[in-house]
Ligand binder design. Sequence first.
Ligand code: ADP
Ligand code: ADP
Length: 229
Amino acid sequence: QPILSLRGVTKTYASQNGEATQVLGGIDLDIAEGEFVAILGFSGAGKTTLINSVAGLVEPDTGDILLRGARIEGTGKDRGLVFQSYSLFPWLTVEANVALAVDAVHKDKSKAERGALVKQKVELVGLGHAIDRKPGQLSGGMRQRVAVARALAMEPEILLLDEPLSALDALTRAKLQDEIERIRKEEGRTILLVTNDVDEALLLADRVAVLTPAPAARIGNIYDVDVPR
Ligand code: ADP
Ligand code: ADP
């Protein structure tokens, strides 16, 4: 059984002038446990709409999104999302930013367990030395690492990455790509990445799919591409 399944997922937005824009035209997608799938698409193709639907932030018009066979309901700790641009609280330290998420989703864990989980994930992303800093004292790459640590600390079934490296310079991006590969090997977690960076998709993913932009011959469909290894 796939860990994540999308079945006929559609989404149409109404624009200000009353016209409707269909963004997702019936997406079918299966992701196996432990798989790293990248979805490639140009800007405006619907990547964020797709990943936000999986995250539970966008409600599809029709279709089903199943996590281990059960329909998702809203957001949940089973799906950890990393946004395009840093979504950290500037007045909180790295530790407090991650702890906020951990405290919210791991109410079953003791305070000591939650604290240990925060430290472990911050160290995993290589920021042990910066755990007491605030986002303003971090580089862009470091801030995205905090966002990754925060998502991992939720211990999600699937990690959702929405162009997490697109706002970074080329060198920082390359470093973070290496980090994501290392983290993936250490944690063995299922990952869904959406990106417009072909090289990044081919470098990181086991499987690449292309999301065609609307309006196209087939709107908002997904085509699998074989990645030679
Ligand atoms: P991508 O992430 O691939 O750039 P998006 O999912 O952000 O694509 O957007 C796809 C299309 O849907 C774009 O044309 C965008 O303008 C439109 N869109 C996205 N969100 C909304 C919204 N909340 N309301 C109306 N149109 C939207
Ligand atoms: P990254 O690849 O994570 O973006 P950088 O190469 O930008 O990291 O930074 C390398 C080191 O320089 C970091 O480990 C950090 O200690 C320090 N550093 C970078 N930017 C800042 C900043 N704005 N404030 C404080 N320290 C910084």
